[in-house]
Write a new protein. Structure first.
Length: 133
């Protein structure tokens, strides 16, 4: 194979590389797009499974339907890359709060407060703590 390449002129190699690149770039783009779709579906599937487990635990704890709806709606966010991470964190937080016996009102209040802090983070937390203490 190397011998064949050595015998070729530079102009011919440039042509061969251009044709190969013209086919290779779209193929790689298609593969990457399909891979991204598969990963997104895996994330959605995991989120659905986690929510199902959360619902089951709420049922086992005897929460009313209204409480369950309020808790679940408080954790829903539109999925974008950053917001998917926050949604997973919300679900994990709800799970811990339910395990600790918190009521639906308390869970909703905590999630709303956590979202407000995420939207408006305190930039100088240590300085604030020093003023309080």
């Amino acid at each position: 194979m190397l011998e064949w390449l050595e015998k070729q002129k530079a102009e011919q190699l440039i042509g061969i590389m251009a044709v190969a690149g013209a086919f290779l770039v779209p193929i790689v783009a298609i593969i990457c797009t399909l891979w991204a779709r598969v990963r997104r579906e895996e994330c959605r599937t995991r989120q659905v499974e986690t929510e199902a487990a959360l619902k089951q635990q709420m049922i086992e704890r005897g929460m009313s339907a209204d409480e369950m709806v309020r808790v679940l709606e408080s954790g829903h966010m539109k999925p974008t890359s950053d917001e998917e991470k926050r949604a997973k964190e919300d679900i994990a937080l709800m799970q811990r709060m339910i395990d600790n016996g918190m009521s639906a009102d308390e869970i909703v209040r905590v999630l709303e407060t956590a979202r407000k802090k995420a939207l408006h983070p305190v930039k100088d937390e240590p300085a604030l703590a020093a003023r309080r203490g």
